[in-house]
Write a protein that binds this ligand. Structure first.
Ligand code: SF4
Ligand code: SF4
Length: 457
């Protein structure tokens, strides 16, 4: 079904092309970077009949891809029944799973059921070599995760390894890529750790914006090495020199750059209790009432919620003029509209500017280098004029103001060093057993979701 079939009166530019559906918040792990603080099921999660109805509604609205997530989706006994209902209606369906299954649920059984249900692929996280992975996800998870990938591979199910970039694993991304290749993954998908959910209490593990100067060129190098398809999520960008190459998107055969957050435009998120949001990565950080909840599927049909006048206003009504900070002055603002709204919300509690932008940090770095060059030129001139500068001119010659003729480039950014002490510090603590809201799988507002997820048809 195409977007033109959307209910009459709705804006035909917008339809829920990609849905991330948290089918339960229950999870056996308590990962340090879990955006949802998953653990226990939400109160009153949708039952099987309600889920099957939601699957039908998504298909009727033209949804092309549904990502089943959690929590851990396999904690529900009916996860494959829900998947099958979507697949039967022609919806590409995949699943994000932690690969660490409870006793009595062998990984091979999960893999076989996923294949039988018709899932197009599964996403499983590897957050680095064993010590780093387990510092983030808990003890004895690395070996079991690799065994799960092996089980999916053995039944012929395509696996996408997912890595959440943080301060621990930034220095070892090349090794992490090799682990994904050795495990037989078809794609390696990277996203930034957001300071939200459980990670809100581990903000020291979130990389600093300036580290994008290291990350993005590194990702280009890793991508060009081949061996695995590298995909970056919405949180990594924007509009820097690497964007087209890393994002790997085309429209009409032409490469395109990041096209702005699609929450509520072409992306929808559904919570296990029927709550509907533009995207599950948008966190409620301003109190108990989640400002991003647009309605509940127990009270209204998805089409009503989606097409309600004023729905998803934070994004549908976002104008270039409404952007603030560096985004307000940015030459890419029209296309970019402030980068990832989830990151903006998590970092700055606003939706109108995003400090995690290559463009912003690179410009700041260039200005810093310019200032340093001006300072160095002034100091050299003072030395030439008599040492300490006390006898020099009060006002330096205008040529000191700016080294106009010299190319100004950012310095080589020193890659962060692997810090075994930091890893050990996190390895000795067990992740907290917290339970509340949200989960975020980075959905992609893709013109062609099949290419984005490397789905073979
Ligand atoms: S400054 Fe803002 S609008 Fe410009 S590219 Fe970066 S995130 Fe996008
Ligand atoms: S992941 Fe972030 S940028 Fe992407 S649609 Fe969701 S809120 Fe927007």
């Amino acid at each position: 079904m195409s977007p033109s079939t959307i209910t009459s009166g709705s804006d035909k530019r917008w339809w829920p092309q990609h849905c991330t559906w948290e089918i339960t918040l229950e999870c056996d792990l308590r990962c340090r970077h879990c955006g949802s603080r998953a653990g226990q099921a939400r109160p009153r999660e949708l039952d099987t009949a309600e889920c099957l109805d939601v699957a039908a509604q998504l298909a009727d609205m033209g949804t092309e891809l549904v990502t089943l997530s959690g929590g851990e989706p396999t904690r529900r006994a009916d996860w494959d029944e829900i998947a099958r209902a979507l697949v039967k209606r022609g919806v590409l369906t995949n699943m994000v799973t932690n690969g660490v299954y409870r006793e009595g649920l062998p990984a091979h059984d999960v893999a076989r059921r996923a294949l039988d249900a018709g899932l197009c692929n599964v996403g499983i996280s590897i957050d680095g070599p064993e010590p780093i992975h387990e510092a983030m996800r808990g003890r004895d998870t690395f070996r079991r995760t690799l065994a799960a990938i092996d089980a999916f591979n053995s039944v012929g199910m395509q696996v996408s390894v997912m890595t959440t970039v943080n301060r621990l694993n930034l220095p070892v991304l090349p090794e992490t890529r090799q682990i994904a290749i050795d495990a037989g993954a078809a794609t390696w998908r990277l996203q930034l750790a957001h300071p939200m959910g459980t990670m809100e209490r581990h903000q020291d593990l979130v990389i600093r914006p300036r580290q994008l100067l290291d990350l993005l060129p590194m990702l280009v190098r890793l991508k060009n090495q081949g061996g695995i398809k590298l995909i970056i999520s919405d949180s990594i960008g924007y509009h820097g020199p690497q964007d087209t190459e890393l994002r790997n998107r085309t429209v009409g055969g032409r490469p395109v750059r990041w096209m702005g957050c699609q929450a509520g435009l072409r992306v929808v998120g559904i919570q296990a209790d029927g709550g509907v949001k533009g995207c599950l990565s948008l966190q409620a950080r301003w109190g108990d009432d989640d400002p991003f909840l647009e309605g509940n599927l127990r009270e209204a049909r998805l089409s009503e919620i989606w097409n309600r006048p004023g729905a998803f206003a934070f994004n549908r009504q976002q104008t270039t003029e409404g952007l603030t900070g560096a985004c307000g002055d940015c030459r890419h603002a029209k296309a970019c509209r402030g980068g990832a709204k989830c990151m903006a919300a998590a970092v700055g509690h606003v939706l109108t500017e995003n400090p995690y932008c290559y463009q912003v940090v690179n410009d700041a770095d260039t200005r810093r280098v310019r200032r340093a060059a001006v300072g160095a030129a002034a100091a050299a001139a003072m030395l030439a004029l008599g040492g300490c500068g006390c006898s020099g001119p009060k006002t330096p010659p205008s040529s000191y103001d700016e080294p106009q003729n010299e190319p100004v480039t950012a310095p080589e950014y020193a890659a962060p060093a692997y810090d075994p002490d930091l890893v050990a510090e996190y390895a000795v603590q067990q992740p907290e057993p917290d339970v509340t809201d949200e989960y975020g799988v980075r959905p992609e507002p893709e013109p062609d979701v099949r290419a984005e997820y490397a789905v073979e048809l």
